[in-house]
Design a protein around this ligand. Structure first.
Ligand SMILES: Cc1cc2nc3c(=O)[nH]c(=O)nc-3n(C[C@H](O)[C@H](O)[C@H](O)COP(=O)(O)OP(=O)(O)OC[C@H]3O[C@@H](n4cnc5c(N)ncnc54)[C@H](O)[C@@H]3O)c2cc1C
Length: 372
């Protein structure tokens, strides 16, 4: 329980400052954990989450897709954590506006909540290639549990009719994780990748080729140097195929777009905060409004935006120190590694594609892959 140090003896109300967090994801909740660990009674805390669930380990969605874990296994903080720490969780209700003048946020359900300090932790949005057919039913991204549920439903439907077809656009880590999971779920999977080799940002040419052979050996169809021109409508508003620019057509019951992410900055932008690619923050994760902090994939710090959890943990520590009165040098930026990391800093027993590829960033950013 939060220490009851800031309770008004007359009214029984909390006198603590109200910290409102937008985003019940990995960085938002980690920041709250770090603050509570330093000073449990410092803030009265409300967390808004667009997703209708408690805080979970997004990294472990791949094993959920692959059938190796259930959602219950990947929860980081269950409802008891919110209750025990007097945190109000408003889940399934996205914040739609920040009113900086009044120091209030407005949610989709119409709830108006005032804050003393606001923390924006809205993560990233998956990038959708702007091709014809991108909005058809059956075109999904791979970011949250709802996306996984959609993929599982497609796999189940495929099983029911004796085999479903999945096309994954994007041969990066996320796309290959999706392909691997769908393949294990019995789908006939084709990966479409624009570049000559898979995971070209992490793997050199030889390693990319080795990976392609390995995946083909597992029954996946890998098309490199393949450019998506359109997604074809079956006639009922559902996806039927993916059309490539060279004229080839790949049949699909489901299309997974896994071609990259963009910091989710819309709320900050509309509120008039300084935003470039991400929400601009200083070394203490303070935005251009001193009452508003931001952390996670949605921020841009010293020109860099991050898409891995390790830098976010560093940001959360710096933020928590600063907001609980500990003087530090703040967040200094991160050198990212391609090595898979777990939520608790332990190297994970790699799920999915990490079971095929072990990466280690070399001094010259050259990575190695080896069969396991
Ligand atoms: C399948 C998968 C595998 C991954 N594997 C790895 C890995 O192996 N290693 C690694 O380091 N990283 C991995 N990542 C990336 C890692 O998950 C992210 O870096 C991390 O989740 C970012 O944390 P975040 O809090 O910034 O964003 P998120 O965890 O996405 O949290 C943001 C939350 O804010 C919510 N939100 C957005 N807008 C609003 C709003 N207006 N109101 C209320 N709530 C809102 C979103 O719904 C979301 O729940 C993986 C990601 C995915 C999807």
């Amino acid at each position: 329980m939060n220490a009851p140090v800031n309770i008004d003896p007359q009214t029984g109300d909390s006198k603590a400052e109200h910290l409102v967090v937008i985003g019940n994801g990995m960085a938002g909740c980690r920041a709250v954990e770090e603050i509570i660990a330093r000073d449990p009674g410092r803030y009265r805390i409300t967390i808004f989450g667009a997703e209708p669930r408690v805080n979970y380990d997004r990294i472990m969605l791949s094993p959920v897709l692959a059938g190796e874990k259930k959602f219950e296994d990947i929860i980081i903080n269950d409802q008891a954590w919110y209750d025990d720490n007097d945190i109000e969780l408003v889940s399934g209700d996205a914040v739609i506006a920040i009113k900086r003048g009044a120091k209030e946020v407005v949610s989709a359900s119409g709830r108006v909540t005032s804050y003393d300090r606001l923390l924006i932790a809205t993560g990233s949005d998956p990038f959708i290639i702007p091709v014809p057919g991108k909005d058809l039913a059956g075109v999904v991204t791979f970011r949250d549990l709802d996306d996984v549920d959609k993929m599982l439903a497609a796999a189940d439907a495929g099983t029911a009719k004796g085999g479903g077809k999945a096309v994954v656009i994007g041969g990066g880590l996320l796309g290959l994780e999706a392909a691997h999971g769908l393949n294990l779920r019995g789908m006939d999977v084709t990966v479409i990748h624009l570049m000559p080799t898979l995971m070209e940002r992490q793997l050199d040419e030889a390693a990319g080729f080795l990976l392609k052979s390995e995946l083909e050996g597992r029954g996946q169809n890998i098309l490199t140097e393949a450019n998506t021109a359109a997604i074809i409508d079956a006639g009922d508003g559902r996806v039927e195929a993916v059309q490539l620019s060279d004229g080839r057509s790949i049949a699909a019951d489901i299309v997974v777009m896994a071609v990259g992410i963009r910091p989710n900055v819309r709320l900050a932008q509309e509120a008039g905060l300084d935003v470039e690619r991400g929400i601009l923050v200083d070394d203490y994760m303070v935005t251009s409004d001193p009452a508003i902090l931001a952390v996670g994939e949605c921020v841009q710090h010293r020109g860099a935006c991050y898409g891995l959890v390790a830098p976010l943990w560093d940001m959360c520590r710096a933020l928590a120190d600063a907001t609980t009165g500990t003087v530090t040098a703040g967040y200094q930026g991160s050198v990212t590694s391609n090595q898979a990391e777990s939520v608790r800093h332990q190297p994970i027993q790699p799920p999915g594609i990490f079971g095929l590829v072990r990466m280690r960033r070399h001094r010259h950013a050259r990575c190695i892959a080896r069969r396991v």
